[in-house]
Design a protein around this ligand. Structure first.
Ligand SMILES: NC(=O)c1ccc[n+]([C@@H]2O[C@H](COP(=O)([O-])OP(=O)(O)OC[C@H]3O[C@@H](n4cnc5c(N)ncnc54)[C@H](O)[C@@H]3O)[C@@H](O)[C@H]2O)c1
Length: 259
């Protein structure tokens, strides 16, 4: 789709963690729909790589664990592309461990990016959105934010926090015309999953291939999820078709959250 002709023509979006995986797919989907996209990541080279291939894309360094970085990137993106209509808080990290072996450092790492990061970037963008009386925020949570996940208790807790923040923000910002939702993906084939397959294989004494086969067995739609499966739903949440949807935590899992 050419720049400026899709459903999101004229809109400006900022996506965090957009240098790879689900964030990259979200940036591509929004750009294909006509939005100008600020492709942000703690890894600037990765963001630049993605932005270079997008119509209306521009790259900015943004470490979501830093309020200074969040404010700086939002200001830079708005001065380059215009006021933000859409914010996708997608950046996330994981580690895998049994609770008895989990370090405080691992706990903080997961919470700093997956929970505090969503707060900090939202706060950096929200005053402008409130002033304009409109905006759309979509956070990437996880099915781990709604269920028990052994070996990922710290990650799951950070994603439960993300969903709690999403719902609370939807209530606070609704009167300002700002919708806040999140998506809850299942087993998505990305570099994060590659790392998790190796960790889980080691912790459970299996091969990574056997763990991957188990993920597919646990997914009623019987295949691994793709970043594009998630990005299509994020895109929909940003369109007028979802204009009365707020505070939702939408399962995009192929049914894996049910097993
Ligand atoms: N892959 C899955 O199976 C899966 C499932 C459910 C939810 N998720 C969530 O989806 C989101 C994207 O994950 P992914 O699978 O694409 O992972 P990924 O590792 O492929 O991509 C994550 C991106 O975030 C960036 N990032 C890491 N720390 C950052 C920070 N402090 N500030 C800014 N950017 C940072 C990385 O550089 C990377 O480009 C995460 O929130 C993750 O928790 C993933």
């Amino acid at each position: 789709m050419a720049e400026g002709t899709g459903e999101l023509a004229g809109q400006v979006a900022l996506v965090t963690g957009a240098g790879s995986g689900i964030g990259e797919a979200i940036a591509r989907a929004l750009a294909a729909s006509g939005a100008s996209v600020a492709v942000t990541d703690v890894d600037l080279a990765a963001a630049e790589n993605v932005a270079a291939s997008l119509p209306g894309g521009a790259a900015f360094e943004l470490d979501v664990t830093s309020a200074v970085s969040a404010r700086g990137a939002v200001a830079a993106a708005e001065s380059a592309l215009g006021p933000l209509d859409i914010l996708c808080n997608n950046a996330g990290v994981s580690t895998m461990n049994r609770i008895e072996d989990l370090s405080e450092r691992e706990w903080d790492f997961n919470f700093d990016v997956n929970a505090k990061g969503v707060f900090l970037v939202t706060q950096a963008a929200i005053k402008g959105m409130i002033g304009r009386g409109r905006g759309c925020i979509v956070n990437t949570a996880s099915m781990a934010g709604k269920k028990a996940v052994p070996l990922l208790a710290h990650y799951a807790a950070s994603k439960w926090a993300c969903i709690g923040f999403t719902k609370s923000a939807a209530v606070e910002f609704g009167p300002h015309g700002i919708r806040v939702n999140c998506v809850c993906p299942g087993y998505v084939r990305t570099s994060m999953q590659e790392r998790e397959l190796a960790w889980e294989a080691e912790l459970r004494g299996m091969t990574a291939e056997a763990v991957a086969a188990e993920y597919i067995r646990l997914t009623p739609l019987s295949r691994m999820e793709t970043p594009e499966d998630v990005a299509r739903v994020v895109h929909w949440l940003c369109t007028p078709a979802a204009g009365f949807v707020t505070g939702a935590a939408i399962d995009v899992t192929g049914g894996a959250n049910l097993t």
